[in-house]
Design a protein. Structure first.
Length: 261
C-alpha cells in the first residue's frame, strides 16, 4: 500500500471554492495530510457545513475587494500562506460560438481566469516574504484541447495554464512553485449539468454523452474529486519540490476531446 502524503507541521492552505465539489475534496485531503485549512466560497450554506476546525469565509473569488480583505485576514490570523489552491470556477454556457451570449462568455472568464489571477496576485507577496510557497491552479483538460460548444470555458482554462506558467517563471526565484491540475470528466453535479446541456445542444441523450466522455479516455473512466485532490496535495508537498510550471492532467488519459459514441 502506498504511504499517504504528509505535509510539514502547521502547513497553511487556502482553497477557493473549497466548500463543495473538488474544493471540498481538496480541503479534506489536505486536512488528512495534517494541514491547516482555510476555505473560501460564495455558498454560505456549504461553508456552514464545513468542519469547525477549518477557517471559513464567504468570498467571491472574482471580486478584488473581497479577495484583498480575505488575504488581510489570512495575514492577521496565520501570518503567511504555504499553499494556494485557486480552484474557483463555473462551467459557463454551452452553445455554438455564433449562439454564445457575450455576457455568459465574460462571466465564465471572470470567475475561472480572473479569480485565479486575483488569488495569485494577493498570495504572491505573502509567499515572497517567507521565501516559499506552492500555487495549485485548477485548469481542465479543456485547457489542453478544444471542446465544441464550450468556447468560454476552454478560453478561460487555457488562460489559467498561461497564467500558471508565467507565475512559475516569475515566482520561482523566490522559492515559489506554480502548477495547474487539469481534471477530465469529474463525477458530480457540475458535470451532470454540463452533460445535460451538451446532450441538448448535440441532440443526444445524456447517457450517450456521459458514455462518450469515458470512451474518450484510454482508461475508459470518469475521475473523482478525490483523485484530483490527491494530486493537489502531492504538488504542495516536499515530494514535488522541483515540480513547477506543469499542467498535469488527472483524466484517465484523454484521447478524444470531442465525446462521441
Amino acid at each position: 500500500m502506498t504511504a499517504p502524503i504528509t505535509l510539514p507541521a502547521g502547513h497553511r492552505v487556502l482553497i477557493t471554492a473549497g466548500a463543495s465539489g473538488i474544493g471540498r475534496a481538496m480541503a479534506e485531503a489536505f486536512a488528512d495530510a495534517g494541514a491547516r485549512i482555510w476555505v473560501a466560497d460564495i455558498d454560505r450554506e456549504a461553508l456552514a457545513a464545513c468542519p469547525d476546525s477549518w477557517q471559513r469565509c464567504a468570498t467571491d473569488a472574482a471580486d478584488e475587494a473581497q479577495v484583498s480583505a480575505m488575504f488581510e485576514e489570512i495575514g492577521a490570523l496565520w501570518g503567511g500562506l504555504d499553499t494556494l489552491c485557486a480552484n474557483a470556477g463555473v462551467a459557463g454556457p454551452t452553445a455554438r460560438v455564433e449562439d454564445m451570449p457575450l455576457d455568459g462568455f465574460r462571466d465564465c472568464v471572470r470567475v475561472n481566469l480572473e479569480g485565479a489571477f486575483l488569488a495569485a496576485k494577493y498570495a504572491a507577496p505573502m509567499m515572497k516574504a517567507q521565501g516559499s510557497g506552492a500555487m495549485v491552479l485548477t485548469s481542465s483538460t479543456a485547457g489542453l484541447y478544444g471542446y465544441p460548444n464550450r468556447a468560454p470555458y476552454c478560453a478561460a482554462k487555457w488562460g489559467v495554464i498561461g497564467l500558471m506558467k508565467t507565475l512559475a517563471m516569475e515566482l520561482g526565484p523566490h522559492g515559489i512553485r506554480a502548477n495547474a491540475i487539469c481534471p477530465g470528466a469529474v463525477e458530480g453535479p457540475r458535470m451532470e449539468g454540463v452533460v445535460a446541456r451538451e446532450a441538448a445542444a448535440k441532440g443526444m441523450t445524456p447517457e450517450a454523452v456521459r458514455a462518450g466522455y469515458a470512451a474518450g479516455t484510454s482508461m475508459r473512466s470518469w475521475v473523482t474529486a478525490g483523485d484530483v485532490a490527491q494530486m493537489a496535495v502531492f504538488l504542495a508537498s516536499p515530494a514535488a519540490r522541483l515540480v513547477s510550471g506543469q499542467a498535469i492532467a488527472v483524466d484517465g488519459h484523454t484521447e478524444n476531446p470531442d465525446p462521441k459514441v
